[in-house]
Ligand binder design. Structure first.
Ligand SMILES: [Zn+2]
Length: 72
């Protein structure tokens, strides 16, 4: 899954691929930004297939922007 596929207004824990610099969500953060990151996570980049281990220093919180939808 890539960032454009995220749901509006929802929180995610994201990493930036150390090989191609593509930001990608690791998890849907159901705590809405309050959970502590305690683990390292292995992630395979969907863009370049680079596999790496990301720890809490490399994981960011991200809230996907809200988009206004036209009522019809
Ligand atoms: Zn990559």
């Amino acid at each position: 899954m890539l960032l454009p596929d995220c749901h509006s207004g929802e929180w995610y824990l994201i990493i930036t691929c150390e090989n191609c610099d593509t930001k990608q969500p690791l998890f849907h953060d159901l705590s809405r930004g309050r959970a502590r990151i305690r683990h390292s996570y292995e992630h395979c980049c969907e863009n370049c297939q680079h596999n790496a281990l990301y720890d809490s220093d490399n994981i960011e919180r991200y809230q996907h922007p809200m988009f206004m939808t036209m009522a019809s």
